[in-house]
Design a protein around this ligand. Structure first.
Ligand SMILES: [Ca+2]
Ligand SMILES: [Ca+2]
Ligand SMILES: [Ca+2]
Ligand SMILES: [Ca+2]
Length: 263
């Protein structure tokens, strides 16, 4: 019985690989940017995605090294021959799907930042989704997705349906990566800009990152109320303003605890 279900799971994965990769590559601008009136970037954030902000310099270097070993002629980009024909990861169909997803500008070549960003996005997506696969059958059922509790049940259903390209009530890796990858790029800078910004940002925390600590309802934006609440808390002498001592004292404290939206 167990063998049969394993075979079934393998067959589903294989079929979905072929189904997903057989379709034409979808460029970024084709992807919807909202689901149930919520921006796809915010949805990914609620699912736990940090994208390039979630990797350190060592991980970035590891991805870059792997890029370079595949780039046999050292011209700084993967050709289809280098990646699809001469590659050994999964099947040629899967490699074609990955190549097309990584090729952000659709010019038929994958540059190092395009490759690195795609690895960052897909490795994280797989990690997040695999944690939901409680019965470990290699696919995420709608009940598993909703039960993860990362989204409100109603929103979880809409998001699941958007990811479930073939509408069979179950998500396999290439299927959800296809949509997730579009969401992770929607309305954002180019891979080259994102990766170089990430490389440069390691040392300094940055104003945006610091201020987003005070995004207490975690909707990905900082509302005036959230900022005022923070100022009120830090204003120890109650004069309605923050002096240097108050700012320094507050800087030394931990970030405020995060509340779920509506919580
Ligand atoms: Ca090359
Ligand atoms: Ca390209
Ligand atoms: Ca499952
Ligand atoms: Ca499906």
């Amino acid at each position: 019985m167990k063998t049969i279900s394993c075979l079934l799971a393998a067959a589903t994965v294989f079929w979905a690989c072929n189904m997903v990769t057989a379709q034409r590559p979808v460029r970024n601008q084709d992807a919807p940017t909202m689901v149930a009136n919520i921006e796809v970037g915010v949805i990914l954030q609620r699912l736990g995605a940090k994208m390039e902000q979630g990797v350190n310099q060592r991980q970035l270097q590891g991805y870059a090294r792997h890029f370079q070993t595949v780039d046999r002629d050292n011209d700084g980009q993967h050709s289809k021959t280098e990646y699809i024909d001469n590659g050994n990861y999964l099947t040629p169909q899967s490699r074609r799907g990955i190549f097309n997803a990584a090729d952000n500008d659709g010019n038929g070549f994958v540059t190092e930042p395009e490759y690195v960003l795609n690895r960052v996005i897909t490795d994280e997506a797989k990690e997040i989704m695999q944690q939901m696969d409680k019965n470990r059958n290699g696919s995420i059922q709608q009940t598993e997705f909703v039960a993860s509790g990362k989204l409100d049940p109603e929103l979880a259903e809409s998001v699941f349906n958007a990811l479930d390209v073939d509408r069979n009530g179950s998500l396999v890796v290439p299927e959800y990566l296809r949509i997730w990858g579009q969401w992770a790029r929607a309305g954002r800078a180019s891979p080259a800009e994102r990766i170089s910004a990430r490389k440069g940002n390691e040392m300094k925390p940055g104003l945006a990152k610091t201020l987003l600590r005070y995004d207490t309802n975690q909707d990905g934006q900082l509302e005036p109320d959230e900022l005022l609440e923070w100022i009120r808390k830090a204003d120890r002498n109650g004069d309605g303003a923050l002096n240097r001592q108050e700012l320094e004292a507050f800087e030394a404290t931990k970030p405020p605890s995060k509340k779920r939206p509506g919580g």
